[in-house]
Design a protein around this ligand. Structure first.
Ligand SMILES: CC(C)(COP(=O)(O)OP(=O)(O)OC[C@H]1O[C@@H](n2cnc3c(N)ncnc32)[C@H](O)[C@@H]1OP(=O)(O)O)[C@@H](O)C(=O)NCCC(=O)NCCS
Length: 142
């Protein structure tokens, strides 16, 4: 199991059913991340330690597309550093406001990081399944 799957299975199960989690990461393969970078133009950051990925983030334009930390490595500032790297890249592209769809478990993390959210909505996964999430945004202006 790689870090994306480990993170979702380990940290999101309180808010999402097994079926939703399977639809979210069950089908993922390493090639999906290569495609996201090469074909979709996402930037990615990986925190690496002890020969394995401990977390990763992805950004494209004004959208933060992923921040995931291994469940054994939470609470050490990895998520913060990953999110800040993605925000910095967006800022360098001239983006003023970044957006993301927060998983329900991650809302307090993003609030702590300066994001504000709207009402809960349904996020459409690549395979068409919809799962609850909270659209959030942060103004990057100093
Ligand atoms: C959300 C997630 C990325 C946070 O990563 P992390 O490395 O544990 O977070 P950090 O240690 O960098 O925490 C940064 C700050 O947020 C706070 N924080 C993190 N998770 C929190 C939570 N669940 N509730 C309240 N505060 C939280 C930390 O206490 C810290 O605050 P501080 O400034 O007082 O130190 C991680 O829990 C995760 O991968 N979750 C599962 C995947 C997921 O849902 N990702 C988001 C997809 S939209």
């Amino acid at each position: 199991m790689f870090v994306h799957q480990a993170s979702v299975r380990g940290l999101c199960a309180t808010f999402y059913s097994d079926e939703q989690i399977d639809a979210w990461v069950g089908h993922k393969t390493p090639d999906d991340y290569v495609r996201a970078m090469v074909d979709l133009g996402e930037r990615m950051w990986v925190v690496w330690g002890g020969g394995t990925a401990l977390g990763f983030a992805a950004q494209k334009g004004e959208e933060i597309r992923a921040v995931y930390v291994h469940p054994d490595k939470g609470g050490r500032g990895i998520g913060r550093r990953l999110l800040q790297a993605a925000e910095q890249a967006a800022r360098a592209e001239g983006v003023r406001v970044v957006h993301l769809d927060a998983s329900l478990n991650a809302v307090p993390f993003y609030e702590r990081m300066g994001y504000r959210g709207g009402p809960m909505s349904l996020h459409r996964l690549q395979n068409g399944t919809r799962i609850p999430s909270v659209p959030m945004a942060r103004d990057l202006a100093p």
